[in-house]
Ligand binder design. Structure first.
Ligand SMILES: Cc1ncc(COP(=O)(O)O)c(C=O)c1O
Length: 397
């Protein structure tokens, strides 16, 4: 078979496949604790569900404009104004089938062959693949746990070459939960402007932020960075709407126009009913969002405290999102049931096979000495899973 060489080189999304394996084991009756989930475990708030039912009853089941309904785009503009001090017209917005689709469209719209995209590492695993699918080259900027997993503005500046086209900023970050502060972001904005780089600011976890951390949208600082920034957000994480598939982008009109053309020949508009529901969500109260944030915050505190009490593993307290990066470097070389732990993948496999706990190996995020644990699961499950990890570590030789 002569299949596409480019597409054959794309790696599958391992976070989804580990979650799928854990779900399959559960369906076989095995009591698995899944820390792999990338989605809130809460249901979509009821007023949003009701809006969707209303959309069906009103017969809003036809094609909408490719880039989304005017009502939803206006709600998105209001949200940006109220939450992010960002001012956009509705023709500067495109709604897509989830923020993942938004990002895919962005890279298709801005990259030429071999353009480089700077990606702070650890990174969300889809970024490099999406860059490659658009014939670009992902360039990783490494960071360390002791620096909060954030490359410094100087590290970013050093990575720029003649071919650099864009920089991805994902704050709060998946997988590390780190959040850039305003001073850091302003410096990064200065570097982007000085080098004429697009900044793709993935703000999908903006509502899930803890302690004294605050979210800043890089595009809000001044006109120069506003013009270069492509701001990405979506309904999945803040409103527990992962299955509805609504993400959106705000940027200069020229970029949005190209993205709309791409979308017009691939998926057309996102689901009409989900758009109506998203509009209700953005125009509604944030009561449910606050409840979810406070529940996530309590789970985070518990998980961080428990992990740091275990021997040989540790973690930093993440400031946002719903993931903890557990440092497993000291377990490399240890043996259990005749299997040696040599890296994050062997650790994850042997943990799942031995104590039925699913985690995501850090290698998929460019962080080999770590595994990612999601706390988008009940405190009861978290307790059970951490008990099992504790006993697993105790069994190691
Ligand atoms: C950093 C980041 N960006 C974007 C997305 C995409 O979200 P969705 O396509 O559900 O809107 C995810 C989902 O896991 C994510 O973690």
């Amino acid at each position: 078979m002569k299949l596409s060489l480019k597409s054959s080189a794309i790696t599958p999304s391992l976070t989804l496949s580990i979650d799928a394996k854990a779900k399959q084991m559960s369906s076989e009756g095995i009591d698995v604790v899944g820390f792999g989930a990338g989605e809130p475990d809460f249901g979509t708030p009821e007023f949003i569900l009701n809006a969707a039912k209303e959309a069906i009853d009103k017969g809003l089941t036809k094609y909408t404009p490719v880039s989304g309904t005017l009502q939803l785009k206006q709600a998105i503009c209001r949200k940006f104004e109220q939450d992010n001090y960002l001012f956009y017209e509705s023709n500067q917005i495109i709604v897509s089938n989830g923020a993942k689709h938004s990002l895919y469209n962005i890279f298709q719209a801005i990259l030429n062959t071999e353009d480089e995209v700077l990606i702070p590492s650890p990174y969300w695993l889809s970024y490099p693949e999406m860059v490659r699918m658009a014939d670009g080259i992902p360039v990783f900027i490494n960071s360390k746990e002791c620096n909060d997993f954030k490359p410094s503005p100087e590290d970013i500046a050093k990575s720029i070459t003649k071919r650099t086209k864009a920089l991805i900023i994902n704050s709060p970050n998946n997988p590390t939960g780190s959040v850039y502060n305003e001073t850091e972001l302003r410096k990064i904005a200065g570097i982007a402007v000085a080098n004429n780089l697009f900044v793709i600011s993935d703000e999908i976890y903006e509502e899930l932020i803890y302690d004294d951390a605050t979210h800043h949208s890089i595009a809000s600082f001044n006109k120069d960075i506003y013009d270069l920034t492509i701001t990405v957000n979506g309904m999945s994480k803040s409103y527990a709407m992962t299955g509805w598939r609504i993400g959106y982008v705000a940027a200069k009109r020229e970029i949005i126009d190209i993205m709309t053309n791409i979308q017009s020949h691939s998926t057309s508009n996102p689901n009409s009913i989900a758009q109506y529901a998203a509009c209700a969500a953005l125009n509604g109260t944030k009561e449910e969002v606050c409840k979810m944030r406070s529940e996530f915050g309590a789970r985070r505190d518990y998980m961080v405290e428990r992990i740091n009490k275990m021997s040989l593993v540790s973690c930093a307290a993440p400031k946002g999102a719903f993931y903890v990066m557990m440092n497993i470097g000291q377990l490399f070389g240890k043996v259990i049931n005749g299997v040696k732990i040599t890296d994050s993948l062997t650790f994850s496999e042997v943990l799942l096979n031995t104590v039925n706990v699913a985690v995501v190996p850090g290698i998929v995020f460019g962080a080999e000495e770590y595994v990612r644990l999601s706390y988008a699961t009940s405190l009861k499950n978290i307790t059970k899973g951490l008990d099992r990890i504790t006993s697993f570590i105790e069994q190691l030789d």
